[in-house]
Design a protein around this ligand. Structure first.
Ligand code: BT5
Length: 267
């Protein structure tokens, strides 16, 4: 495995590589902080502009969905984007899909075959390598802002993961057997994301994006268990709808459309 010290972040290096128009133009880099989503939210409240990027080498209180912990040591790509709805007409649900697609495309371009699992996970093989946490202020009628948080295990050795994650998590460097430049990966991901947000989504809608997303969704067509806050549903993951819901067909042929939950592959 390559040394993690060969892949350092510098603010100047990040600025130099970014080729986006708005995403990341306002940039806040921290060697370590609690959570990029939290800091991004604070900046949003203080009036930071659309596209502001908060990035950290390590997080001490990285967050997953539903208050879960996101393990974030140095070597990963942990960042959050502030997105303002007056600049971007996209629903928070769709935003998670746009981000997943950009992330999967960027990983693949870097020689790692990534797949996507509904609604917010990035997998390599059978192991999770990244996740997305989309938060928002306001509601459907008027969103104030969105915080798009992205975590990707880039240059992290297996023994650096806590025991309970070693079975189910991986990193790009483990899979590729060499380190990957986080700066370049970030720059490429943001470029793809910006193209989706300002180009494809407003002009062509969610349909074509979902179609591309599904190409990475290797869990579709397999047997899964979906745990929601109220129930567990087992069956075949048959589709993801235009609203971003997962359709699961159970053993009786009944199709359940699930808007929020966690997917586990059964075999
Ligand atoms: C997610 O939640 O997958 C969303 C993760 C988003 C993290 C980014 S990092 C930048 C930004 N700032 C933050 O504070 N957060 C965002 P969820 O689907 O709820 O998955 C969480 C579960 O994934 C945990 O309960 C663990 O089982 C597992 N997990 C935790 N850390 C992991 C890691 N580094 N790699 C793989 N799996 C992990």
């Amino acid at each position: 495995m390559g040394s993690l010290t060969t892949d350092t972040f510098t603010e100047a290096g990040l600025r130099e590589h970014l080729t986006t128009e708005k995403l990341g133009k306002s940039l806040y880099y921290f060697p370590s902080l609690d959570s990029t989503n939290i800091v991004c939210k604070e900046l949003a409240e203080k009036g930071a502009p659309h596209g502001a990027l908060v990035i950290a080498d390590a997080q001490t209180r990285g967050r997953g969905r539903l208050g879960r912990t996101w393990f974030s040591p140095a070597g990963g790509l942990w960042f959050s984007l502030l997105l303002r709805p007056n600049e971007m007409r996209v629903s928070p649900t769709h935003l998670t899909f746009l981000a997943g697609l950009a992330l999967a495309q960027a990983c693949t371009k870097n020689g790692v075959n990534a797949s996507l699992r509904w609604p917010n996970d990035l997998f390599v093989g059978a192991k999770k390598a990244g996740g997305i946490l989309t938060e928002s202020k306001g509601n459907g009628a008027s969103f104030d802002y969105f915080i798009l948080g992205i975590g990707l295990n880039v240059n992290i050795d297996l023994d650096a993961f806590p025991k309970e994650l070693q079975e189910e998590a991986t990193s790009l460097s483990i899979e590729k057997k060499e380190p990957i430049s986080r700066t370049q990966l970030l720059a490429y991901t943001l470029l793809l994301l910006e193209k989706l947000i300002v180009g494809i989504y407003p002009k062509q809608g969610f349909g074509p994006i979902l179609k591309l997303w599904k190409k990475y969704a290797s869990f579709l067509g397999t047997q899964v268990r979906v745990d929601t806050s109220t129930e567990s549903i087992e069956g075949e993951a048959v589709d993801v709808t235009l609203t971003g819901a997962l359709a699961v067909q159970d053993i009786d042929g009944i199709i359940h459309e699930i808007s929020c939950g966690d997917v586990r592959k059964l075999w």
